[in-house]
Design a protein around this ligand. Structure first.
Ligand code: HEC
Ligand code: HEC
Ligand code: HEC
Length: 417
């Protein structure tokens, strides 16, 4: 009996060690090698290239809290598991990256590990940045090293158990994170490959435009197939198969004929895409156009006549002044709601966010003083918002499913990062 017990115990222990070894190996493989090529940190051309790439990667946005010092970190990124705080990327030797080597910096982007080897949380979108080329990582490093140092210690994360432990993170990474390199497709044009690289790596478009599982991992890596952003309750739509020209214009100006980018995407335009060169934007849009278009979603039930009647009244008093009785907007200031793809989209989460929180397109060179829409969260209740949006989705030739008060209630509790 004792012998059997000992054998079982031995087996369990062996399995346990094998599993631990596998998780360990999955977390360290593909780790950057020794620093072979030193980086000319003072080279002005390299710094300028790094500054541009930092725009493409939107690094500053996450690494700068409102009103805080640029790149000094401390901005809270809300996740379903708690809040992760971004790190100080200024060259301060004690609290920033002043003592990091270029290789350690490369490893952080490529492999999601800090200077001391600590595993980093994927709120830092290294599942996309893993594809950033070594040369681009070096340029980013040179740029960050050129910034004024700010002495500001990193703020500890506020995560719930067990998500606050390194072993839980190691397990998550073993399951969902694969370090990767961007592989250019020789059959495609140079522009297509440039676009694919920017979208998949620095642009980290998949960080929002992907459906995620319960543990926060993208279901389809790199596919930008569309998904609801957890906590924020904005829906980032599928990006494949759309004509490239309006998409490139949208990314540059934040508005294009009859469409505006709002919410988290207005932030992306504001801090990132409007600063990219027209050839880079055209390359990104051209690449996205070649991805498969999403299958149309099944139609949901339309609104009841009573809901439409209630919605029409609210529209007349609250909305028509800007959006027009005929839903066609006014001149160039307000986009039309009639025939607007964003209005007809399933799920209607963004419409609910717009009415609750207001709408603010990004200020860009092509649209320097955008008009705004006031928030209605305190003025309209869930039934009002469901009614007015159901009306808007079924007036002036629009035809789409009803917005339910239950959805408004569900999406009302959204968190703004
Ligand atoms: C979506 C938000 C977000 C974006 C965009 C982002 N970061 Fe971060 N970054 C974070 C968070 C959060 C952490 C902290 C992760 C942790 O401590 O586990 C972090 C950590 C890091 C670290 C590790 C620092 C350390 O002390 O260990 C580096 C290096 C870094 N980011 C570089 C960059 C660069 C370069 C870019 C742009 C290409 C960038 N980040 C863009 C959120 C972001
Ligand atoms: C922080 C989250 C986030 C990131 C990162 C992000 N997006 Fe978006 N994106 C959204 C949301 C949310 C919407 C819907 C906005 C709206 O309806 O106004 C959107 C809308 C869009 C649209 C309009 C699509 C349509 O059919 O109307 C395009 C194009 C787009 N994004 C491209 C990109 C590209 C390219 C990237 C990467 C460079 C990117 N996005 C990164 C959140 C994000
Ligand atoms: C003060 C003017 C104003 C009022 C009042 C107003 N809006 Fe808006 N609305 C805007 C602006 C500005 C935008 C951002 C898009 C743009 O630049 O046209 C917008 C955007 C929207 C969008 C998103 C369109 C898209 O393409 O994503 C919807 C839906 C919408 N409004 C519905 C309403 C509803 C419903 C009401 C009444 C409850 C309302 N608006 C009241 C100005 C207004």
């Amino acid at each position: 009996m004792r012998r059997v017990l000992a054998a079982v115990l031995g087996l369990v222990l062996a399995l346990w060690f094998a599993l631990a070894a596998a998780v360990w190996w999955l977390n360290v493989r593909g780790d950057g090698g020794p620093d072979t090529q030193p980086v000319e940190v003072g080279d002005p051309a390299l710094i300028a290239r790094g500054a541009y790439l930092a725009r493409a990667g939107n690094c500053r946005d996450c690494h700068t809290p409102r009103g805080g010092a640029a790149y000094a970190g401390g901005r809270g990124i809300p996740t379903p598991f708690g809040t992760v705080y971004s790190s100080n990327l200024t060259p301060d030797p004690q609290t920033g990256i002043g003592q990091w080597s270029a290789a350690e910096f490369r490893r952080a982007l490529h492999h999601g590990r800090s200077r001391d080897g600590r595993l980093l949380y994927p709120a830092f979108p290294y599942d996309s940045y893993t594809q950033v080329s070594a040369a681009d990582a070096d340029a980013l490093y040179a740029y960050l090293r050129s910034l004024p140092p700010v002495a500001q210690p990193n703020r500890p994360h506020a995560l719930r158990f067990p998500y606050d432990t390194q072993w839980a993170l190691a397990l998550w990474r073993a399951l969902y994170f694969r370090p990767g390199r961007f592989e250019a497709q020789p059959a495609q044009s140079e522009a297509w490959n440039r676009g694919a690289y920017l979208v998949q790596s620095l642009g980290h478009c998949n960080a929002c435009h992907a459906e995620r599982n319960a543990l926060g991992a993208a279901r389809s890596p790199l596919a930008v197939a569309g998904g609801l952003i957890p906590l924020q309750n904005w829906y980032a739509p599928p990006l494949g198969g759309q004509p490239a020209q309006p998409v490139a214009t949208l990314l540059q100006h934040g508005v294009a004929d009859g469409a505006a980018l709002l919410g988290p995407m207005a932030e992306v335009v504001l801090h990132s895409t409007q600063h990219l060169t027209p050839p880079d934007l055209a390359a990104m849009a051209g690449y996205l156009q070649t991805l498969p278009a999403a299958a149309p979603r099944a139609a949901t039930d339309g609104p009841t006549p009573a809901q439409v009647e209630r919605g029409a009244k609210i529209y007349e008093t609250r909305c028509a002044a800007c959006h027009g009785d005929d839903g066609r907007g006014r001149s160039r200031a307000y986009v039309p709601l009639a025939g607007n793809r964003a209005v007809l989209r399933e799920p209607p989460a963004n419409l609910v966010q717009v009415v609750l929180g207001g709408a603010f397109p990004a200020s860009t060179a092509g649209n320097p003083r955008p008009f705004g829409m006031p928030p209605f969260a305190t003025e309209l209740d869930d039934d009002d918002i469901a009614a007015v949006l159901s009306y808007v989705r079924n007036a002036w030739g629009n035809r789409a499913g009803a917005v339910r008060a239950l959805d408004v209630q569900r999406w009302r509790s959204s968190v703004r990062p």
